[in-house]
Design a protein around this ligand. Structure first.
Ligand SMILES: Nc1ncnc2c1ncn2[C@@H]1O[C@H](COP(=O)(O)OP(=O)(O)OP(=O)(O)O)[C@@H](O)[C@H]1O
Ligand SMILES: [Mg+2]
Length: 229
């Protein structure tokens, strides 16, 4: 991949605002998510980071401004709650990701089955594959959801605090996986307070009070280079 291709924007926000009643969560946000790059969104609690990620994912409509994204997106949210009795295994969750390759409810072809196995291995959840997803710990669940995102073969990977609460090995595995994905040309956008993930990022976007104070669209100083350049 050329640097120009790597830097082409996979998602773009312009002048995005989000309000919940009279509470303003985001205001005037301009953001580009380039391919081949790990971008980390940092900022204090309540700054609007999760809301920003939801807008990029297309699961929350902005109150104002525009969003464009022309890609396959995988989104690992900050918190997931599922009923205890949900009859879904870890392998089922990752398999649903692979439907992105063959179409919903369609049997997986050989390539898609291999993508499921590879994603389970990369996140070290292969041994958990037959287990109930609802019975996983929080950290195991985060890894299974990231495996789901990888199996999808998404161009844009969005993660909300993917290493929070994980043990050191699991957190390192996730950091490595995100950098590997960026090196393959994926646009990776992660919300995080993790200093090691911030150190590894090619671009850091800082949000405060719903505004981008560093690293928004056109802020070249915050750009630390790309994997593919
Ligand atoms: N569904 C909602 N209804 C009302 N207000 C909300 C809703 N979701 C978020 N907010 C408000 O929007 C603001 C931004 O919230 P958001 O969850 O995006 O912050 P955050 O930066 O992700 O915080 P944290 O670091 O704690 O995860 C906060 O003031 C929050 O209270
Ligand atoms: Mg949040």
């Amino acid at each position: 991949m050329t640097t120009a291709a790597a830097l082409s924007s996979l998602a773009r926000l312009r002048g995005v605002g989000v309000s919940f009643g009279d509470r303003v969560a985001l205001t005037g946000v301009d953001l580009d998510v380039p391919g081949g790059t790990l971008t980390v969104v940092a900022g204090p609690n309540g700054a609007g980071k999760s809301t920003l990620l939801e807008v990029v994912a297309g699961v929350r409509e902005p109150t104002s401004g525009t969003r464009t994204a022309s890609t396959t997106i995988a989104f690992v949210p900050q918190r997931t709650s599922v009923p205890d009795g949900l009859p879904v295994t870890v392998r089922d969750v990752v398999t649903v990701g692979a439907w992105g390759r063959v179409g919903r409810w369609r049997p997986l072809d050989r390539r898609a089955r291999a993508a499921v196995d590879e994603a389970l291995e990369r996140l070290h959840v292969a041994d958990l594959a037959p287990r109930s997803f609802a019975a996983l710990s929080g950290g195991q669940r985060q890894r299974a959801l990231l495996a789901h995102g990888l199996a999808r073969g998404a161009d844009l990977l969005l993660l909300d605090e993917p290493t929070t609460g994980l043990d050191a090995d699991s957190a390192q595995r996730i950091r490595t996986t995100l950098l590997d994905e960026a090196a393959r040309g994926t646009g990776v956008l992660a919300v995080s307070h993790d200093p090691l993930l911030l150190d590894a990022a090619h671009l850091v976007v800082r949000l405060e009070g719903g505004r981008v104070v560093r690293g928004g669209a056109g802020d070249a100083e915050a750009r630390c280079g790309t994997v593919a350049s």
